[in-house]
Design a protein around this ligand. Structure first.
Ligand code: PLP
Ligand code: COI
Length: 356
């Protein structure tokens, strides 16, 4: 068990008012978790402290070579008062996969989960209770050596911050419009696409601005080599229901292995819905939209939950999804995933962790 020192703030902030819409990622709680790493010493000095600025040397390697990673998960307040996390062990595993790719030291999975639990427990009063709200948890690691040579850092900070949030998209569960990008590329196999690191997100911003200007909320990326096969959306994985079968791009090294994606695939298979993880071409989507077999399209992610898509734009073509509303399967998945997360549906898969 990770030993964590807790230093509480003397000046707690005002909790958000009940009618605050909790715009995603704008409000932060009273405390943060920090743990340091040094080669030869390992991870040490785990502590929960008052939320405060991070002071770093301007030469800190994270500023220059982007050696950093982040995660995203949520805490939920069940109707009976329990505090629940959804599959935090998977975030711990993904952290270590990301770390391996970025030459950041491994963190014991139990320590990752203990750190999340300790911080959430300290700021439990900040977990919002209204429907579609939760406490977003953002763990991240930064390289802190003051050094301008290119090599992995010898020192790091692992930090966790918390933010009470409403829906990620202003649309909520209303369908979003997606732009299929045919010029910029986010990631390629062998690169860092499957790591959760800032570099993938800055790579996405120019296309996202372009899509926003055209009235689209998110960018759907194509593979970086042939620019023909679907990869994922800026902050979610993508699913298509075509002629009754659920199809999603297989994990190929350039896509983030989403935890919601994994959960959705398991649920569909339990329900007897056929799921195919394979390459999906834009041509196939174009055909399916044209002949009316594209029944549903939805994105999956921690921040976005299950997010229905009404239409996709590719070059000059608009690919319409059936009636453009919320599909039956999308709604069932949304209800089941959020029901499990909030303790309304009993968990028999070991997905729900209670914070005590
Ligand atoms: N893909 C990208 C690029 C993301 O940023 C996210 C969000 O975390 C996802 C997919 C979905 O992953 P998860 O379901 O684990 O949140
Ligand atoms: C998440 O869903 O947790 C994410 O990390 C998406 C984020 C880029 C807002």
């Amino acid at each position: 068990m990770l030993s964590i020192r807790i230093e509480k703030t003397d000046t707690p902030k005002q909790l958000p008012a009940a009618d605050n819409p909790l715009k995603f990622g704008t409000i932060f709680t009273d405390h943060m978790f920090i743990m340091n790493y040094e080669t030869g010493k390992g991870w040490h000095d785990a502590r929960v402290v008052p939320y405060q600025p991070v002071v770093l040397d301007p030469a800190a390697m994270v500023f220059h070579y982007g050696q950093e990673m982040f995660e995203g998960l949520k805490a939920y307040r069940a109707a009976d008062g329990r505090i629940l996390l959804f599959r935090p062990d998977m975030n711990a595993k993904r952290t270590n996969n990301t770390n391996r790719r970025l030459c950041i030291p491994q963190i014991p999975e139990e320590d990752f989960v203990d750190a999340v639990k300790a911080l959430v427990k300290t700021d439990a009063a900040w977990i919002p209770t209204k429907p579609d709200t939760s406490l977003y948890i953002r763990p991240f690691i930064i390289a802190t050596d003051p050094f301008l040579g290119v090599r992995p850092s010898d020192t790091y900070q692992f930090i966790i911050i918390l933010s009470p949030v409403g829906p990620y998209y202003p649309e909520g569960l209303d369908p979003v419009k997606i732009w299929i990008e045919d010029d910029y590329v986010r990631a390629i196999r062998g690169g860092i696409g499957e790591a959760k690191t800032g570099g993938n997100y800055v790579a996405s911003m120019a296309a996202q601005l372009k899509a926003h200007e055209e009235g689209y909320s998110q960018v759907l990326w194509l593979d970086g080599v042939e620019r023909k096969y679907i990869e994922e959306v800026g902050a979610m994985n993508i699913f298509f229901k075509i002629s009754g079968t659920v199809v999603t791009p297989m994990l190929n090294g350039s896509i983030l292995p989403g935890i919601t994606r994994d959960s959705v695939i398991s649920l569909c298979r339990e329900w007897g819905v056929l799921v195919e993880e394979r390459r999906v071409s834009v041509d196939e989507l174009y055909e399916a939209a044209k002949n009316g077999t594209m029944e549903e399209v939805f994105g999956t992610g921690t921040a976005a939950v299950i997010s229905p898509v009404s239409h996709l734009r590719f070059k000059d073509h608009v690919l319409q999804v059936k009636d453009g509303g919320i599909g039956e399967l999308s709604q069932k998945l949304y209800d089941t995933v959020t029901g499990l997360q909030r303790g309304q549906i009993e968990d028999h898969r070991g997905w729900v962790f209670e914070v005590k």
